[in-house]
Design a protein around this ligand. Structure first.
Ligand code: ZN
Length: 408
């Protein structure tokens, strides 16, 4: 029979977390390296010790709980996620991956199972990036994406550095405690999107993290008086930008799976009775396949230029920040799928829109992720919800995936 977790104990862990940094509206406000984060960390360490795990904290504040395997000094099977949240965050997000990991360890203890490879459960610092931007600093630190100097120097909105905040809550650990050799990494997370909920599928077997391109658009018209300039003579930058945004959106009807978002726009001079002279906005473009994203970006560029001509304005379109799709490891993906099937859970292959600790971990070790439903796809919101039944399914898949990966 396929091994399963202790549901009651696991849900108690989730409830415990939901009480630390709780908001009035059933969400969490547990920004990284705050008092609330410290309280959660202290609680987590207590729970790691109760599970007989060897606890250590590294110089980025990442917390590890280690369980030895039969093979000494072997690379570890690592799993985890993050306990920090957005200011109006939900109760599940990365918390699920960490606390399900804790339950995995306890279940192995219950059954007296000794794995071949050692196991390490990780809580990564500052996944969210809400207080200290950029996100993923803990995972980025141990995987060498960011230098220690860079991470320590990142400041919050009150000019407090990461290092100061880390020291203030007593979680500046040792560099020698960092993650070492990793055989594989697996991360359980809520989907933060609507696909599994819409399709009513239990488990998303995550194939990789979607690539992204930010297209910067700058439209130059001419400011003029709203009462004076005749309509046909105007060079209204905002009007042109409005057509451009609609055009970018329409391209998603032609290219399946394309996601295009304009979430930020600056309008100058932004005065009621002045025809806008200059507008800047950013188009966030995502697709599972890099070549389709690339094609979409070129299409968007062409259309922006064409619309600029039609509206008598100048425009400059440039590719800004971008990264390619991050493919996950085939073997880890396979083990997740097999585990879900052995539990009779329905599965589908999905891609992650958001980045995760797994994004950087995949540059360091063979990695993949397990997704469970987010009701209505809502996340980074106090209404974020994953039903208990799905939390449990995710934890069971994590348990069996870890068991498979930890076999010699
Ligand atoms: Zn997360």
């Amino acid at each position: 029979m396929t091994l399963k977790i202790n549901e009651t104990r696991f849900l108690t862990y989730m409830e415990k977390s939901s009480s630390i940094g709780a908001t009035e509206n059933n969400g969490l406000n547990r920004l990284t390296l705050t008092e609330e984060d410290k309280e959660m960390r202290d609680t987590f360490i207590q729970l790691l010790k109760e599970a007989n795990l060897e606890v250590r904290v590294d110089d980025f504040g990442n917390i590890y709980g280690r369980r030895e395997g039969k093979i000494k000094d072997a690379p570890v099977i690592a799993f985890g996620s993050h306990l920090d949240t957005q200011p109006c965050g939900g109760r599940f997000d990365g918390i699920l991956g960490v606390l399900a990991g804790l339950e995995v360890m306890q279940t192995l203890n219950d059954h007296g199972i000794e794995t071949d490879y050692p196991l390490e459960l990780i809580n990564f610092t500052n996944e969210e990036g809400a207080r200290f931007n950029p996100p993923l600093l803990g995972a980025g630190g141990v995987t060498g994406i960011f230098t220690k100097d860079f991470i320590y120097g990142v400041k919050d909105s009150e000019n407090i550095t990461f290092e100061e905040a880390l020291t203030a809550i007593g979680y500046k650990g040792l560099e020698t405690n960092r993650l070492q050799d990793v055989k594989s990494y697996v991360e359980l997370h809520i989907e933060q999107g609507p696909i599994l909920d819409n399709e009513n599928i239990d488990i998303g077997v995550v194939q990789g993290i979607q690539g992204l391109t930010r297209v910067n658009v700058r439209v130059e018209g001419i400011t003029n008086h709203a009462g004076g300039a005749r309509m046909e003579e105007r060079k209204d930058a905002l009007l042109a930008a409005a057509y451009m945004i609609i055009a970018a959106n329409k391209i998603t009807k032609e290219i399946e799976g394309l996601r295009v978002t304009v979430g930020k726009i600056d309008n100058f001079p932004n005065v009621i009775n002045v025809i806008p002279g200059s507008v800047e906005f950013v188009i966030d473009v995502r697709h599972d396949r890099d070549e389709m994203r690339d094609k979409s970006v070129e299409l968007i560029k062409d259309q922006m230029h064409q619309l600029a001509r039609e509206h008598n304005v100048q425009c400059e379109v440039t590719r800004g920040w971008e990264y390619d799709m991050v493919p996950f490891d085939k073997n880890v993906i396979q083990k997740i799928g097999d585990s879900a099937k052995s539990l009779n859970y329905s599965t589908m292959g999905v891609y992650s829109g958001p980045g995760h600790d797994a994004k950087y971990m995949s540059t360091y070790a063979p990695t993949a992720m397990i997704f469970v439903k987010s009701v209505n796809g809502v996340s980074h919101n106090e209404n974020e919800l994953t039903e208990n039944e799905d939390l449990i399914k995710g934890a069971n898949v994590l348990l069996n995936t870890v068991l498979q990966l930890a076999k010699e």
